[in-house]
Design a protein around this ligand. Structure first.
Ligand SMILES: NC(=O)c1ccc[n+]([C@@H]2O[C@H](COP(=O)([O-])OP(=O)(O)OC[C@H]3O[C@@H](n4cnc5c(N)ncnc54)[C@H](O)[C@@H]3O)[C@@H](O)[C@H]2O)c1
Length: 342
């Protein structure tokens, strides 16, 4: 593999993926295109800043001119789109931002990739596009009809459909990966596991939506990144690949395990008004992916959660500026210096 372009590489999963492919020496060159929204933090990749294989651009995936310019500067072999607005709660407050990045941004990338003859495109997506399961429904398969029920998942579903439509209509080589809830290092502390971990460690309240019965499947981000790397190496055009952790848990169980891992108290749990339209259950059947790529998750939730709790304990210098909001100023300063030096 020569050159890959990753969008959203300064976010949680994108930065873990970049770390994985550079450490495993899977590519000769990696271009990271990220707008550096509140969720994008160059500190996630500080260890690769001087790596000659790594190139960074600050750009919006919905900005056709900027994307065309980057793609005409580099001979990109595979474009992987991780960039997204990714927090469901924010999509309820501001759906437009989600349509712009997750739908218009995906369309812009596809258009530019086609014009610039990028040979392959991989879309990183989510189990949420399938909507909600009841407690005894079978898990989602690749054939399950899309039925998104919040602005985040609706915009992601639209993006996925555009990718597969471009594959069908224009004959581009493209596929989609869908995964369940990720956790692990560098996850922005607005998401369930890091939010609860930090609050638990700090003796703060642990806000649980509704009754806490909603079920999610949990996968360690390293298992997800290993799966995406397998798709990068062996994935076929037109396919949808599923990744899951084989670990369905009610939110309240996740919070109880976090309390245990952090040595906190059950008394910190506070039940808060449920999220509007809150999906009850997601579950992934990934047998087809296992058959085709030989991929299975390796990290158990117990092991992964303990390691994640330790990571947040050891990396206060990463999350403290995020929690205080100071990181935003640091990012602009970092970017200004970088631009000045370029
Ligand atoms: N986090 C999960 O549990 C999960 C599960 C399955 C799939 N996914 C998908 O994986 C991808 C990455 O998720 P994440 O959790 O790392 O998200 P994240 O919010 O941590 O990171 C998103 C990144 O995209 C960048 N970005 C946002 N808008 C952009 C734009 N218009 N142009 C360029 N860059 C932009 C941000 O700056 C940030 O670096 C998303 O597509 C998401 O839908 C996430």
């Amino acid at each position: 593999m020569d050159t890959i372009l990753v969008t959203g590489g300064c976010g949680f999963i994108g930065s873990n993926f970049i770390r994985h492919v550079l450490q495993e020496q899977l590519v000769a060159k990696l271009i990271n295109v990220d707008l550096l929204t509140y969720a994008g933090n160059p500190a996630n990749l500080a260890d690769f800043e001087d790596d000659e294989r790594y190139v960074f651009y600050r750009a919006d995936i919905a900005d056709e001119e900027a994307i065309n310019e980057i793609l005409s500067t580099h001979q990109v072999d595979v474009l992987l789109n991780f960039a997204a607005e990714s927090h469901v709660d924010r999509s309820i407050v501001d759906p437009q931002a989600f349509v712009r990045t997750n739908l218009v941004g995906t369309s812009t990338l596809l258009n530019a990739a086609r014009k610039q003859n990028v040979p392959r495109y991989i879309q990183i997506s989510t189990d949420e596009v399938y909507g909600s399961l009841s407690f005894d429904d079978p898990a989602f398969t690749e054939q399950t009809a899309l039925n998104p029920r919040n602005p985040y998942s609706a915009a992601k579903a639209g993006g996925d459909m555009l990718v597969l439509a471009h594959e069908h209509t224009f004959g581009i080589n493209a596929c989609v990966t869908r995964c369940s809830n990720n956790y692990g290092p560098y996850q922005f502390p607005e998401k369930l596991i890091p939010l609860m971990l930090l609050n638990a460690m700090d003796g703060k309240p642990l806000p649980v939506y509704g009754t806490g019965e909603n079920i999610r499947d949990w996968i360690h981000v390293e298992d997800h990144c290993r799966g995406i790397a397998a798709v990068l190496q062996h994935g076929q055009t037109g396919r949808v690949y599923h990744f899951g952790g084989d670990c369905e848990l009610q939110n309240i169980d996740v919070v109880r395990r976090i309390i245990e891992a952090a040595g906190a108290s059950e008394e910190q749990i506070t039940y808060v008004k449920d999220r509007p339209g809150h999906d009850m259950r997601y579950a992934m059947n990934f047998e087809e992916t296992t058959k085709e790529l030989g991929w299975t998750p390796r990290i158990s939730f117990e092991e992964g959660l303990a390691a994640t709790a330790q990571w947040y304990r050891d990396n206060q210098s990463w999350w403290k500026p995020i929690v205080s909001g100071d990181y935003l100023e640091w990012i602009e300063q970092w970017y200004g210096e970088r631009k000045g030096a370029a």
